[in-house]
Design a protein around this ligand. Structure first.
Ligand SMILES: [Cu+2]
Length: 226
C-alpha cells in the first residue's frame, strides 16, 4: 500500500522560478505562494471484500488531520423506490443535504429511520413528498420501510468535502484533494458495529495516490442489481 505520495517537484520549481523572477526574490515566499496552488492530487481507492473481490458501494472519505474543512450540502438529491427497493441502496451526502424519497411504485411505502444520525418517519405515502428530509448530523442513517422488510438504505452523512462511493469494480476516486495529512475512512453496510469503517492514514501531495483497502465483509446485505 502506498501511504505517502511522492510529490512531483516540477510544477513547484516552475512556480518558484516565476516568482523568483518577479518582485519576490525569496524562496521562502515562493514556497508559500506556490504550495497551496499547485498541490492537489487525486486519491484512488480500491476496495475488496473478505474474499478479495471488488466491493460495490463502499463509502470512501478523507478527513483532514489539521481540522475540519468547509463543507457544503448537496443542493438536493433523490432516492427512488422502485420494485419495492431503494435505489441506490447506499448513498454518501454531505451534512445538511436534503433528500427526497420518491416513491415510483404503485404500492405505498412507510419510510423510517431510528438512527442517531437521523431519526424520521414518512408515514404511508405514494408519489413524491413535497418536503425533503434534511440529514443534518454526521454518521450513518439506516433506513427501512415499515411495510416491506427487504427494503434497506444506508445514507452516510459526511462532514468533509472529499468522498466517493465505489462502483462495480470496487474503485472510487476522490479528485483534487488539497495537499496534507488525512484519515482515510472506508465503510460498507456489511461491516457490523462501526460507522467509521476501516481507518488509515494517508498523505496527499501534488500527484495521485493509490490505496488498497480490504474490508471484512462476507455476507453482503445489499440486494443484487442496481
Ligand atoms: Cu415499502
Amino acid at each position: 500500500m502506498n501511504l505517502v505520495a511522492s510529490a512531483d517537484p516540477a510544477p513547484v520549481l516552475e512556480c518558484i522560478r516565476r516568482v523568483a523572477h518577479g518582485a519576490a526574490r525569496s524562496l521562502v515566499i515562493a514556497s508559500v505562494l506556490c504550495g497551496g496552488a499547485v498541490q492537489a492530487g487525486g486519491v484512488n481507492v480500491s476496495v475488496t471484500d473478505a474474499a478479495g473481490r471488488p466491493l460495490l458501494r463502499a463509502v470512501v472519505s478523507l478527513e483532514s488531520v489539521a481540522g475540519k474543512l468547509p463543507v457544503k450540502p448537496i443542493p438536493s438529491i433523490e432516492v427512488s423506490q422502485v420494485k419495492r427497493q431503494f435505489n441506490p441502496q447506499v448513498m454518501a451526502v454531505t451534512v445538511g443535504t436534503p433528500v427526497v424519497f420518491a416513491n415510483f411504485d404503485t404500492v405505498r411505502h412507510h419510510v423510517y429511520s431510528f438512527s442517531p444520525a437521523k431519526t424520521f418517519e414518512l408515514k404511508l405515502y405514494a408519489g413524491v413528498p413535497n418536503t425533503p428530509v434534511v440529514f443534518d448530523k454526521p454518521g450513518v442513517a439506516v433506513i427501512g420501510c415499515n411495510i416491506h422488510d427487504q427494503m434497506a438504505l444506508w445514507i452516510a452523512v459526511l462532514d468533509t468535502p472529499y468522498y466517493g462511493v465505489t462502483g462495480a469494480d470496487g474503485k472510487a476516486r476522490v479528485p483534487a484533494v488539497a495537499a496534507g495529512s488525512y484519515r482515510l475512512k472506508v465503510w460498507h453496510p456489511g461491516l457490523s458495529g462501526t460507522t467509521d469503517g476501516v481507518v488509515s492514514a494517508v498523505t496527499v501531495g501534488a500527484n495521485d495516490i493509490d490505496q488498497a483497502v480490504q474490508l471484512k465483509v462476507g455476507d453482503n446485505p445489499l440486494a443484487p442489481g442496481p
